[in-house]
Design a protein around this ligand. Sequence first.
Ligand SMILES: O=C(O)COP(=O)(O)O
Ligand SMILES: [Mg+2]
Length: 233
Amino acid sequence: MSAPLVVFDLDGTLIDTAPDLIDSLNYTIEAVGLAPVTFDDLTHLVGQGVKVMIQRAFELRREPLDEVTAAKLFDRYMEHYQANMPGKSLPYPGLVACLDRLEAAGMRFAICTNKGSQLATLLMEKLELSHRFAAMTCGDTFAFRKPDGRHVLQTVELAGGDPLNAIMVGDSINDILAAQNAGVPAVAVTFGYSDVAVDQLNPDRIIESYADLTPEMVLELLDRGAERSRLAR
Ligand SMILES: O=C(O)COP(=O)(O)O
Ligand SMILES: [Mg+2]
């Protein structure tokens, strides 16, 4: 059996990117006179990448958005976000210690994010964290993405893992649904960008900080996942 694999979401789970997402989005939409968004707004807007985030900002303000403007605003966002990276974005407290602890217990890691690959790759490099992950798949890696369970399953495969020996950690409905669709146990973090309380998403565990994510918890969840798939057979 391959090593246990912990698959992480990126925005709102590994890295607190909200201040930069908000800055870049507000810089983008101010060009067309849209009022700036807040952190609370962001929890509804984020989750399906930049194009959808811009579309949702227009829906929030009940303004129409044509394709030409959408394309221009996408470019404006990309330029601003990349030019300022890593900006204020930081790994959540205790993340690196958590990775060290799990790695010492023989576990490996991957990233399954709906963030676009250009931005996700650059950000993880700038934060000097890329090398900790066996694979990263993004919102534009496949023809499908979270909440599609195949996004998780393909990430596990690319990382050389086994879905029967993997868990997913995430902050939003996309992550928990994707894990459930993939048949992989799900851990929800409370510190991310969910617009609903994460207990409503029925994750297998909820953690309030990375101090809570122990090798014992991961192993317990892996047992639970294996038992579940045995019963499903
Ligand atoms: O950037 C987004 O819209 C979502 O990114 P996430 O899947 O890493 O939360
Ligand atoms: Mg997220």
